[in-house]
Design a protein around this ligand. Structure first.
Ligand code: SF4
Ligand code: FES
Length: 141
C-alpha cells in the first residue's frame, strides 16, 4: 500500500527519506529546488542536483513530513534536542505543525511526528491530516 512505502536517496553525505503516503502535494519541493526534485523523472529525487545544505534546507520546508533527511554519519552525532512545537496557520491551507508531537487517534493508537499538516478545510479524505484537497475545493481562510 502506498501509505506504507518509504524510499531513500543518498549522496553519500546525507540521505533523503520519502514517504509518498504523507505527501499533500504542496509542490514546495520541486518549485523550490527543481534541480533535485523532479516529479516527472525517475528517480524523482536526484541528489547530485544541489549541495547537501541546499537539499536539507528544502526538505525542511516540506509541510507534511513526506520528506525528511538524516546525515549518514548520524550515529556519531549527538541526539538532536526536541523542539517546542509550533503551529502555523497557513493561508487557504492546513495547520502545519513543526516539532515533536504525539497524535492520539480515536482508535487509541498513537504516533509521533516531527512535522505534519492537519486539515483545516474539513474536506480531507485522510483526517485529521491534510491530503491536499483544500486546493481542489478552493478553501479560503
Ligand atoms: S508535501 Fe512535501 S514531498 Fe509533497 S510536494 Fe509538498 S514539499 Fe514535496
Ligand atoms: S486543509 Fe488540506 S485537505 Fe483540508
Amino acid at each position: 500500500m502506498r501509505d506504507n512505502i518509504t524510499k531513500k536517496y543518498s549522496n553519500g553525505e546525507i540521505t533523503v527519506v520519502w514517504k509518498p503516503g504523507l505527501c499533500i502535494h504542496s509542490t514546495n519541493c520541486w518549485k523550490g529546488l527543481g534541480s533535485v526534485f523532479k516529479p516527472n523523472e525517475r528517480p524523482w529525487v536526484q541528489m547530485d542536483g544541489a549541495t547537501s545544505e541546499q537539499i536539507m534546507a528544502q526538505v525542511e520546508k516540506c509541510p507534511s513530513g513526506a520528506l525528511s533527511y538524516f546525515r549518514n554519519d548520524a550515529e556519531a552525532a549527538p541526539e538532536p534536542t526536541s523542539t517546542t512545537p509550533t503551529v502555523e496557520v497557513t493561508f487557504d491551507g492546513p495547520l502545519v505543525i513543526t516539532g515533536d508531537i504525539v497524535i492520539k487517534h480515536q482508535d487509541g493508537t498513537e504516533e509521533i511526528r516531527k512535522k505534519t499538516s492537519l486539515c483545516r478545510c474539513g474536506q480531507s479524505g485522510k483526517k485529521p491530516f491534510c491530503d491536499g484537497t483544500h486546493t481542489k475545493v478552493g478553501f479560503k481562510s
